[in-house]
Each structure stands twice: as C-alpha cells, then as structure tokens.
Design a protein around this ligand. Structure first.
Ligand SMILES: [Zn+2]
Length: 486
C-alpha cells in the first residue's frame, strides 16, 4: 500500500489492531513510525499537540512495541517445512524477499546473519532482527517467518541472539572437526579416537564403534554394511564436534527457557566433504542425545562458492545427495538437509528437490547484496565506481578468509568502461566473488551513501529481488502449493 497523505510522506504500511493505528511511513528524512492512539504505552517519539499522534524512529524500543501489537511480526520456529534463508547485509531487502516468497510454499527466514557477518557489517543481532521485522511490516507479509542466528561457534555468541528474539540457531562445530583424520593411517585414527573424552555425552569410543559398525537396514529394505574402520574414522573426525554441539545446545536450552526454537547443525565450512556414513553417525548421536535438530548442513562434494554457480560434477553431486537423503530417510526425515552458500546454484536445486523433497533448506545471503550493487551500477554509476574501488583494494586480504577461487587479477579495471557497461560486470563470476567477500570494507567506508541510494531506488531493488529469488524458489516449490504467481 502506498499513498501520499501529505507532501513528502508515503504510507508504506498501516495496521489497526484494536483502536490503535500503527503505520510505517517514508519521509524525506527516512523511515518513521506513526502511532495514532489514545494510549502510546511502549512507544517512544514525539506526540502531536492533540496527544493522539506519535511519530517515532525505528528504534529497538519501538520495534518491540510493534511486535507486541502485531503478532505476525514476531519470528517463529519453522520446523521441518521447506524453507529459505534470505540474509540481508544492508537491512533493506526484506520487502523484496517477502514479495518473492509470497505464494511459493517455502517458509522464509527474513533475519539470517552469522556472527562473522555482524562483525563485518557492524550490526547487532537486534538490528538484524528489527530490520527484517520493519521490512516484513512494510511488505504486508502475514505468514510465518524465521530468524536464524547463523554459524554460532561459542557459548558467548548465543546470548545476544537469544535476547534479540531469534528463533533458529545454527550451531557450527566446524573448528572441532579433525580434518587430518582424512589422511592418517588407521593406528593413528584409533589413537586420536582414544584421546577424545566422550563422558560429557555419556558414551565412549568403544560404544561408538559397537553402536555404528555392522549391518543396517535402510528404509528401502537395502542392507548397508558400515565397516569398522569407516566408523572409527567418522567418530575420530567428528567426535569433538559432537561434544561442542552438545555443550552449546545445553547453554542454548537454558537461555531459551520455555521458548520454542529450531536447531541446525552446520558442518559445511570444513576442509573435506561429509560422507553419508559420517552424517549417519553424527545424526545418530544427536538423536541419542535428544537434541531436537531440524536441519543439518553437510559439506557436499564439489564447490559451493559464494554467489556463483556450483562447480564440480553434477553426477557426483547427485550421488552424494542420494547418500545423504538415504541417511535422512533412515532417521524418519525428521530434519531438513541445509545447503549453505546456496544462492545462484541453479543447476543444483532440481537435484536437491529430487533427493530431499520438501525437507530442504537453502541459505542465501550475499546474493541480495550483489543485487543491490547491480542496481547502483545501473542507476548510480559514480557511487558504484567508488564502491568497486573500495572492494578492489580490500580483495587481496578478504579473499583469503572466505571460500572463493577468484583472484585480484581476474577482476577487470573500471577505467576503460562506460557507465552503461558497469551493470554487466555483475555477470562475471570473479567480480561477483570480489564484491561478495569485501562487503565489510565497502560498508565501513561507504555504508551510508550506499544505503541512502538504495532507499531512493527501492522499487528497482525490490523488483530485482523478486525476480532473482523467485528463480531460486521455483524449482523447490512443494507440489501442493497453488498456481504460480508470476
Ligand atoms: Zn555456512
């Protein structure tokens, strides 16, 4: 809904729960909250002379008050429904995300940010959640949506997300995965295994070997043999990671008290692919420990690099997916398989749909940021040139910390390019990767001008978000949803 109520003010959205009207408006000096009511309890702002109209900023206090009045602006746990993470580093993409998700049968996670992303963007979990909420408000979204504390690695990381009201927690024990197990002899593996103290999770290396070695009957009736060496390697590789998950989950459960929440376990940021047998042991232990996880992210074969197509053999990936899907089926499909760095992998979605059906979660994040830059390349070429230069100087250092293969020398210089050629750069994988990983430096230097320009061109940005994210959702849509809204 967009109507001009008086010069320079656009009403973006308004709701009238009981006798209070709550509106989100856009004024020349930015977004404001307007509350028309006899009682402004909980809201903070300037009141009109009559005392009925309050105009406030989009502060955490006001966000909390809005959530108290409008139930569907509170994130909820999404369980095992097909879902998509829609990370938004700028805090301006949620309206586009919501319109993309409308009618698709895929539950959206509007707030999704990792601890690392928050450090680089200088945002707090509360800002991330509130920005998503304001965006959901603006879009008119009335369905469920999630808020995912992504890649949480330590107990200290948890509390700010809990306090902000996140409903999903992605525990990342990747630092405890012993990658060296991949290439050491069996005797060494057994020594490593014997060195892990499993008493914290009520088991022992011997128990683990006994529990998982031998024949297993899969749901399709096939009998699978798990040989003892493979089990020993799996337990040695992931043993400490299991301890880490158990510990973080215990802290999380205490923090969340009686609030419901989802748990995802991410193993994707490790050096080697997660074998289905390793998934089998890991998920089996999570089940035995009573950790009610709703998603698990293995590392798959090939390369899931950020913001670009999958690289590797699709046949090998399909076989890998089938192996993980068999394990997921063994455990009653009680959790989703989560694909991280999941944006722009158009060749992968049909394979994921075939293997995991609706028990799938796709995480996207940087792709919405890249779309923002593409809009600026088209509509604000001078600003885009500045952003590009900042990205170029940060790239040599930043590329080392993220999973990208592009090198600084693969990225074209802008000097010889006309303005009309700039947006075409976003089609080049090396440029996408450079812009994808340098967001911290770019936002530190140019964050406010970037966001200001994007607010100005929000309609173009939203249209691009809808078009691009629909392309991600379409191949994953459950069969039961209604006709596709084009
Ligand atoms: Zn990840």
């Amino acid at each position: 809904m967009q109507e001009t109520i008086f010069q320079g003010t656009q009403v973006l959205a308004a709701f009238r729960p009981s006798d209070t009207t709550i509106a989100l408006v856009l004024r020349p000096n930015g977004h404001k909250l307007v509350v028309v009511s006899g009682d402004h309890a909980g809201f903070v702002g300037q009141t009109s002379r009559s005392g009925r109209i309050l105009v406030g900023e989009l502060t955490p206090d006001n966000a909390r008050a809005v959530r108290a009045h409008i139930p569907w602006l509170n994130p909820v746990p999404l369980g095992v429904r097909a879902s998509m993470g829609l990370g938004d580093r700028l805090g301006l993409a949620t309206p586009g995300h919501a319109w993309a998700a409308e009618g698709q049968g895929i539950a959206p996670v509007f707030a999704q940010q990792s601890v690392r992303e928050n450090v680089r963007t200088g945002r707090t979990p509360q800002q991330v959640l509130d920005d998503a909420m304001w965006g959901a408000f603006e879009s008119g979204w009335r369905g469920d949506w999630g808020a995912d504390a992504d890649h949480v690695k330590t107990a200290e990381d948890l509390l700010p997300f809990v306090q902000a009201g996140f409903t999903s927690y992605t525990i990342d024990p990747g630092e405890y995965v012993d990658d060296e197990v991949e290439h050491v002899p069996l005797a060494d593996v057994l020594a490593r295994l014997a060195n892990i103290n499993f008493t914290g999770i009520g088991t022992s290396a011997q128990d683990l070997l006994a529990r998982y070695s031998g024949f297993v009957t899969m749901p399709d009736g096939a009998s699978l043999h798990l040989d003892e060496e493979a089990v020993a390697r799996g337990a040695a590789k992931y043993g400490r990671a299991l301890l880490c998950v158990a510990e973080l989950y215990a802290v999380l459960r205490e923090h969340m008290a009686n609030r419901a929440f989802d748990v995802e376990i991410s193993l994707d940021e490790t050096a080697y692919a997660t074998r289905p047998i390793e998934h089998f042991i890991f998920a089996g232990e999570l089940k035995r420990l009573g950790i009610p996880f709703t998603a698990l992210a293995p590392r798959f074969v090939g390369a899931f690099e950020r913001g670009v197509e999958y690289s590797g053999s699709l046949d090998s990936l399909a076989a890998d997916f089938a192996g993980h899907a068999a394990v997921q089926a063994y455990y009653g499909r009680s959790y989703k398989i989560s694909l991280h760095s999941g944006s722009d992998k158009f060749s992968v979605y049909p394979l994921a749909k075939t293997a995991f059906g609706e028990r799938v979660h796709i995480k996207t994040s940087g792709t919405s940021y890249l779309l923002a830059l593409e809009v600026l390349a088209r509509l604000e070429p001078a600003l885009f040139r500045e952003l590009y230069a900042a990205a170029q100087s940060a790239f040599p250092a930043d590329r080392v910390t993220m999973h990208v293969s592009a090198r600084p020398e693969d990225v074209p210089a802008l000097a010889g390019l006309r303005d009309g050629q700039l947006s075409g750069l976003l089609a080049l994988p090396a440029v996408r990767q450079m812009l994808h990983v340098t967001y911290g430096a770019v936002l530190t230097q140019h964050g406010s001008s970037l966001k200001g320009a994007l607010v100005l061109h929000h309609a173009a940005y939203e249209l691009d978000l809808v078009t691009h994210l629909r392309k991600h959702m379409k191949p994953l849509r459950p069969r039961t949803t209604g006709p596709l809204v084009q």
